[in-house]
Structures are given as structure tokens and as C-alpha cells.
Design a protein around this ligand. Structure first.
Ligand SMILES: Cc1cc2nc3c(=O)[nH]c(=O)nc-3n(C[C@H](O)[C@H](O)[C@H](O)COP(=O)(O)O)c2cc1C
Length: 359
């Protein structure tokens, strides 16, 4: 059957469909469990979660499903940021803060211990799958997780990054095409050169690595799933398609913006976080565009804009929110996870049957 392969076997899931771990409150326990209950792999986006919040969510997920699920974690980064850069960014953000009645922001350094604490939570809770983005975890971490039979999945945006994932012992790799919503996972080489479309990138990676490949970027329905399998991927990872689901914790602004967006409104910006990410064009992105190259790197800029983003959400100002989305917003649907998953399975099965009748 089209849905049986190495990935479904190793992850112990029915269908080769992974819901992307999406940090920032989107991946509610209800969303993660609904995907796993529908036969895919739900993933908790734990990138910004404290260890206690992470444990709490994992406990809730375990109450809602007995099927396997995953947790997604960020590889930490500590960019060099000058006082001048910090001052400049704060100066540029001041007008937004003023309009939102926010006081000036003092900057706190990124935590060095969060990553290790998050790994401990994954180990203690024996979460079946742990995926990473923004780099490759240290060898000791990979060994620790694998010793507990936890499957480790990396992210790559080029063939070279996929090879690095394999060489470092990752079990599988998500190949993130340039269509993808959210942050670019690029960790080796320039972001610009790593903007390669899913259709071009997936088969080139498949030819160069022997670990299973998971295609991501612009995949929203049965057509995208089947196309990815034909390109040699063993599974897909979908983000945007689940952001608009009923179980998602995305704000109504975010869901509505995706449901009403067209493909030419999706842009890549680093102005919210200091790292390029794809989202829906709005006033914040337009105004900050010319300053992007001089802003502090990730995660410093992300910390600086945090108060603006959360207050903008409270005050109904979507023009200043980050609304991540991939390049296929017209295919998004406001439906339950079960309906989205069932439709994909029915459509792929139908298409496979049609093809086999033809040939
Ligand atoms: C709202 C949103 C948040 C995301 N957050 C994460 C994240 O925390 N970790 C991660 O590995 N990928 C994240 N991604 C990227 C996904 O893993 C995946 O590459 C992307 O969603 C695929 O493209 P699509 O959105 O067109 O399906 C995010 C994507 C979106 C849309």
C-alpha cells in the first residue's frame, strides 16, 4: 500500500503524514493528539516552551492519545550583537511600542540551559520522537535520545545539510523547501542560496542520503502528499495545513489571514526574529524591510519584538503580528484535523487507484 514504508514502520503510524511542531502556542495538545489519533504523527512545537510548560503539554497529550507523537526543539544560537545594533533595533521598534502603549524594552540574554532542560523533559517522558531545527544536536544528545529508543529527526534546506544530518546519526531528515511557512531551518551556508523549492530539493536529497526523507513546504492535500512520495520522500511534514484546523491554537487573526491569503502575499522576512521566515506580508514587514540587514540576529531580535507581537494580538492589530504561512494558502481549510487527514488519505488512495488502472 502507498502508506506503508520505512517511516510509517519506524514511527509506528498509519499514514506518512507528520504535523510540523510549530512553536508559539499553535500546537495545542488537542491538535497534536488529533493528528496522532487520525493515524499521522502529531508534534508539540516546544521551541519556546519552558521545561515545566513542556511537561504539562506532554502529560495532556498522553491523556488524549495512546499513539506515538513527537516534540520539536530548537538548536540554540548565540549571535554576537553589538550595543549599537540593540539600540538601533529598539529605536526602530519604538513607534510600534508607542502606538501600543508599551514601555521600552530591556534586553535579556538568550538562555544557555533551556536546550538541555528540554532534552531532559523528552527523556523523562520517553517521548517517542524528537525533531530539531536550526542545526544538529550535539553527538552526546543524539546518543542519549537514541539509547532510550527515541527517534531523532533533523531539518535540512540543502543536500549538504541533509548529508550532515545523516553523518551525525540522525534517523530521518525533514527536507524543507523554500515554499515552507515559518522559519528557515538553514544552518550551514547562506539563507539566500538555500531557498530551493521542494520539487527540486527532495529528489536531489533522496539521491544523496540513505536515511528516510520527509518532504516539507507547500504540501497541503493529497496531491502534494502523492507528489512527494513520487519524488522519493517517505513522508511529508505539513505546517500551514494544520494552522487553520479547528484544534490549532493559532489566533483567529492568523487563521483568517491564511484562509484569505493569496500566494503572492507570502514573503520571507527576518524583521520579526532576526532569522528569515515565511509569512503573510503586513505593515510591520514593509516598514522594517529596509533595515533587515542591520538588525540583531536570532534569537535577539525575536526577544526584542516579543512584547509588540503579543500586545498587537491583544489589541487586534494584525498589521504588526507575525503570521507564518507557506506558499499554498489557497489550499487551506477551516476543518477538523480528522477531516483534513481523512480527505488526504481518500484522495491519495483514489489517485493511486486511477494511476494503476491507466497503466
Ligand atoms: C506557523 C508555523 C510555525 C512553524 N514553527 C516551526 C517550529 O517551531 N519548528 C520547526 O521545525 N518548524 C516550524 N515550522 C516549519 C515547518 O516545520 C515546515 O517546514 C513548514 O510548515 C512546511 O511548509 P508548509 O507550512 O507549507 O506546510 C513552522 C511553520 C509554520 C507555518
Amino acid at each position: 500500500m502507498w502508506f506503508e514504508n520505512k517511516v510509517t514502520e519506524e514511527l509506528k503510524i498509519n499514514y506518512p503524514i507528520i504535523q510540523a511542531g510549530m512553536a508559539g502556542g499553535i500546537t495545542t495538545p488537542e491538535l497534536v493528539a488529533a493528528v496522532s489519533n487520525a493515524g499521522g504523527l502529531g508534534t508539540l512545537g516546544a521551541g519556546y516552551l519552558s521545561p515545566s510548560a513542556m511537561s504539562e503539554s506532554i502529560q495532556k497529550i498522553k491523556k488524549l492519545t495512546t499513539n506515538p507523537f513527537g516534540v520539536n526543539i530548537f538548536i540554540p544560537e548565540f549571535p554576537d550583537v553589538s550595543d549599537e545594533q540593540l539600540e538601533k533595533s529598539n529605536r526602530l521598534l519604538e513607534p510600534f511600542r508607542k502606538e501600543l502603549n508599551l514601555s521600552s524594552k530591556s534586553f535579556s540574554k538568550p538562555s544557555t540551559s533551556l536546550f538541555n532542560e528540554q532534552i531532559q523533559v523528552v527523556l523523562e517522558n520517553k517521548v517517542p520522537v524528537c525533531s530539531f531545527t536550526f542545526g544538529i544536536p550535539p553527538k552526546e544528545t543524539i546518543q542519549q535520545l537514541k539509547k532510550e529508543q527515541i527517534i531523532v529527526i533533523g531539518t535540512a534546506t540543502t543536500v549538504k545539510e541533509a548529508i550532515l544530518n545523516e553523518e551525525n546519526g540522525m534517523d530521518m531528515v525533514v527536507v524543507q523547501g523554500s515554499e515552507s511557512g515559518g522559519h528557515r531551518g538553514t544552518f550551514s551556508g547562506s539563507f539566500e542560496n538555500a531557498m530551493i523549492g521542494t520539487m527540486a530539493l527532495v529528489p536531489q536529497v533522496v539521491d544523496q542520503v540513505s536515511i528516510p526523507v520527509i518532504a516539507a513546504g507547500g504540501i497541503m492535500d493529497g496531491r502534494g502528499v502523492l507528489a512527494s512520495l513520487v519524488l522519493g520522500a517517505n513522508a511529508v511534514q505539513m505546517g500551514t495545513a494544520f494552522v487553520t484546523s479547528l484544534e490549532s491554537g493559532a489566533t483567529e487573526h492568523h487563521k483568517g489571514a491564511i484562509l484569505n491569503a493569496t500566494e503572492e502575499q507570502l514573503v520571507v522576512t527576518s524583521s520579526f526574529s532576526g532569522k528569515p521566515a515565511r509569512g503573510i506580508q503586513n505593515q510591520f514587514i514593509t516598514e522594517m524591510r529596509k533595515h533587515e540587514s542591520s538588525l540583531p540576529g536570532y534569537p535577539v531580535q525575536n526577544t526584542l519584538t516579543k512584547d509588540i507581537r503579543s500586545e498587537a494580538a491583544k489589541q487586534n492589530r494584525p498589521e504588526w503580528l507575525s503570521m507564518w504561512s507557506g506558499q499554498s494558502p489557497r489550499l487551506s481549510q477551516k476543518r477538523s484535523v480528522k477531516d483534513i487527514m481523512d480527505e488526504i488519505v481518500v484522495k491519495v488512495s483514489g489517485q493511486v487507484e486511477n494511476i494503476s488502472k491507466k497503466y
